[in-house]
Design a protein around this ligand. Structure first.
Ligand SMILES: [Zn+2]
Length: 264
């Protein structure tokens, strides 16, 4: 009798709990895909986020995130709080010495240009659309490459600590065709930005965006819809680059994520 009662309690409890599924590691820099009953509401760290018609949502964890993530699910008037610990990562230290000082610290005459570039990039990254392309599997942007830079590495240029590197660098010959990693819409297409050179940003929905930099040629325009695998341009070394490579970035709004977390 006691067991039967316990069994019943378990069953009833299960019916009350919403089945939340997460895809992705709860670790620094990670992209997390969530699935919940359609028409539920989700808050991440007390911020309401979009849930797709079929119950998908996406968010990401900062490179240096220390505290737990608080996920609040609201379903049929019931609220459930999930707290997840975020695993810490060890990042590489990348020392580059002997760089011309102009390359380490930009000259004052380009400050305005850098500011304008940052505003454009920030605007594109703040776009929040109902697209739900992010829920599918992303592909690599080029076929043959050597990875020369990874997410999170702390850069020490000419002995001075600088901003960490937030992308993955794919080294390949100049002119190599570059593919879209996922369906999306082009929200930025600029041929000559100071740091990033030829730059494209794709919106994949719910604040998830990818950025490609140092492009040689760009074949897409703002507002254009693209399909995974479409050739969007060619690899180059435009902007501040030390050689031909494609640097890709992944963002959840302004949170910089590890592109490896959508590729692996
Ligand atoms: Zn890079």
């Amino acid at each position: 009798m006691k067991f039967l009662l316990l069994f019943l309690i378990i069953i009833l409890n299960c019916q009350n709990l919403s089945a939340v599924e997460f895809l992705g590691k709860f670790e620094q820099g990670s992209f997390i895909l969530g699935k919940i009953k359609p028409n539920s509401k989700v808050k991440i760290d007390n911020k309401k986020i979009r849930v797709s018609k079929d119950g998908y949502f996406a968010f990401g964890l900062d490179r240096d995130r220390k505290n737990n993530v608080v996920i609040i699910i609201q379903e049929n008037g019931k609220t459930k709080t999930i707290e997840k610990q975020v695993l810490k990562r060890k990042y590489k230290i990348q020392r580059i010495d002997g760089l011309p000082s102009k390359q380490v610290t930009p000259p004052p005459e380009v400050y305005d240009r850098i500011k304008k570039d940052n505003i454009l990039i920030g605007k594109a990254r703040s776009i929040d659309t109902p697209y739900d392309f992010f829920k599918d599997k992303f592909i690599y942007p080029i076929d043959k490459y050597i990875i020369t830079g990874v997410y999170g590495s702390q850069r020490i240029l000419n002995g001075k600590p600088r901003r960490p590197h937030y992308g993955i660098d794919f080294h390949a010959p100049e002119g190599t065709p570059v593919k879209a990693m996922m369906d999306g819409e082009v929200t930025l297409s600029e041929s000559d930005m100071y740091f990033t050179g030829g730059t494209i940003i794709f919106d994949h929905g719910h604040g998830i965006s990818t950025l490609y930099m140092h492009m040689k040629d760009i074949h897409v325009k703002v507002g254009q819809k693209i399909k995974k695998g479409d050739i969007v341009g060619t690899l180059g070394q435009s902007g501040r680059a030390t050689g031909p490579h494609l640097d890709i970035r992944l963002n959840w709004f302004d949170v910089k994520l590890d592109p490896a977390s959508i590729l692996n």
